[in-house]
Ligand binder design. Structure first.
Ligand SMILES: [Zn+2]
Length: 152
């Protein structure tokens, strides 16, 4: 077995407080947008959780699921993501959680899954609201939730 060793500079620094916990899609096309967002805010110590669909899992609505398997998968994905956010808060104490979605996301079947660009934007705005509402009921008081929609 071969293990690649990396000598870290960052790990020589001490424990940190995060300015934000950021949930972002792993779509590499949006990596530059994340860099720009962090730079604009002056964030240098953000906990970034990159998962397929970004905040999609938090918006899961059991009532629209089509099967028991879909419900189980949706609840499981939501629980995983919630746990990641809670762990960031526990370890690094961010007072801000950022929830991101983007257009043309594979997690939603890309833009072609929507009847129009406007329909896609409206759908994603509703998803972000649902994700925010779900999360707000789970997190302790004093944490702000910001939603971000990355568009063309
Ligand atoms: Zn995506």
């Amino acid at each position: 077995m071969s293990i690649t060793r990396i000598d870290s500079n960052g790990l020589n620094e001490s424990h940190y407080s995060a300015e934000a916990c950021i949930v972002w899609c792993f779509d590499a096309r949006t990596s530059g947008d994340l860099d720009g967002f962090l730079s604009n805010r002056g964030f240098t110590r953000a906990d970034v959780i990159k998962v397929a669909g970004g905040a999609k899992a938090l918006a899961f609505n059991q009532s629209v699921a089509k099967s028991a398997e879909e419900i189980e998968a949706g609840l499981s994905a939501r629980e995983f993501l919630l746990n990641q956010i809670e762990t960031s808060i526990r370890l690094h104490g961010p007072k801000l959680v950022v929830l991101m979605l983007h257009v043309d996301c594979g997690g939603y079947g890309y833009s072609k899954a929507f009847s129009s660009p406007e329909a896609e934007l409206t759908h994603h705005e509703n998803e972000l609201e649902a994700a925010k509402e779900f999360l707000a009921n789970k997190l302790p008081n004093g944490i702000t939730i910001e939603t971000v929609l990355v568009v063309r």
